[in-house]
Write a new protein. Structure first.
Length: 359
């Protein structure tokens, strides 16, 4: 019998499709900005040990206070300024759930992470798009500030996904000084940027600044689902009150705590990825027809004629998966390539040379 389920869906939620990252099983997966290196041995050992001692019959600590304390110590803020989430995504959703809503606007600067807009729409929040420059993807500071004057929230990404560039601190300063909006700086990839890039230290003196971080990228824990927000304690209190109480499970809390405690063990991996990024950029730039943008993250954005078919041939003929953005506004013929290990990167370059018939 036919049902009318579609008509019963809350109107703001009708028309959403399940997220499909199109993960075809490939030998080399450079499509999702994951860290493809093995976990540092000492971290792995601690995690295994800690997991073995974690009982599963008890509920988790809702606020993950041990992990919060470790994150607070690292970032030199009070525990009351840290919130842990089931991936950065949960925190992004909850920010819109709390601070968006009908009659309020979110300002974004596309091309950027598409979840900002999706979550805003789910929360019935108007989305104001201030597009980046078509050529170099630079931000339009004046237009952003104008839009932010009328908005509840601004979300900027530094380094930006998928364009790889950083947000100038001067722009964040102006957004805080010249508007009344809450400003979220998404630093999901900041560990790959030059030291001193993060603006976490600004949170203490700027109660409307919020900084998002995640263990999914530099910490090689995308499967764990753990992200965190550093913000004024009043923002954190609101988030604490509305969150799904047990969203961060005991296994995730346990693993995240060990990884954050041993954060210095990740430094060699991160600097290897940064070196490999420059190596990969050199190799890509030598290929015919390729345009590249400078990246401070663990991925590169490349424009190449026939991007969609090149991506399909990489997958089907060479078992190498990268992300196609050629469908997206502002990103025609653009591919996003995660920086992998030396051998993964070489495999990609070899495959591209074969497809482009370079000797
Ligand atoms: C990956 C990513 C995140 C967070 O990812 P989680 O896995 O949910 O922590 C947030 N913002 C951007 C821009 C990202 O690319």
């Amino acid at each position: 019998m036919a049902t009318d389920i579609a008509l019963r869906v809350r109107p703001a939620l009708a028309g959403f499709e399940p997220y499909d990252p199109a993960f075809s099983p490939c030998e080399v997966n450079l499509s999702a900005n994951e860290n493809t290196y093995p976990l540092p041995q000492d971290v792995r050992e601690r995690i295994v040990q800690a997991l073995a001692n974690t009982p599963l019959n008890r509920y988790p600590d809702p606020l993950a206070n041990e992990l919060r304390d470790e994150l607070a110590a690292w970032h030199e803020v009070d525990r009351s300024c840290v919130m842990v989430g089931n991936g950065g995504d949960e925190l992004l959703f909850n920010l819109l759930f709390c601070f968006g809503g009908p009659g309020r606007a979110l300002v974004v600067a596309p091309p950027c992470f598409e979840e900002y807009k999706n979550f805003a729409k789910m929360c019935e929040t108007e989305v104001v798009e201030v597009w980046r420059n078509e050529q170099d993807y630079s931000l339009d500071d004046e237009a952003l500030i104008d839009a932010a004057r009328e908005a509840a929230l601004v979300m900027l990404t530094s380094p930006n996904n998928p364009t790889g560039d950083l947000v100038e601190p001067a722009l964040v300063r102006r957004l805080l000084d010249e508007t009344d909006a809450l400003v979220l700086l998404d630093e999901a990839y900041v560990e790959f940027a030059p030291a001193g890039t993060s603006l976490v230290s600004w949170v203490r003196d700027n109660p409307r600044l919020m900084v998002l971080r995640t263990l999914s990228k530099a910490f090689a824990l995308a499967g764990l689902r753990c992200g965190y927000l550093i913000a004024n304690h009043e923002v954190i209190d609101v988030l604490a009150a509305i969150r799904q109480i047990y969203s961060e499970d005991v296994l995730a809390q346990t693993v995240a705590l060990q990884a954050v405690r041993k954060r210095s063990s990740f430094e060699p991996v991160i600097s290897t990825i940064v070196k490999e990024r420059e190596e990969l950029a050199r190799a890509l730039a030598e290929l015919p027809g390729v345009t590249l943008w400078p990246s401070s993250a663990n991925f590169l954005l490349a424009r190449i004629p026939e991007a969609g078919s090149i991506r399909a041939r990489l997958r089907d003929e060479h078992s190498v998966l990268i992300r196609d953005f050629s469908y997206a506004p502002g990103l025609s013929d653009c591919l996003r390539i995660t920086v992998g290990t030396r051998s993964e990167n070489e495999r990609l370059i070899g495959a591209l040379k074969a497809i482009l018939e370079v000797e």
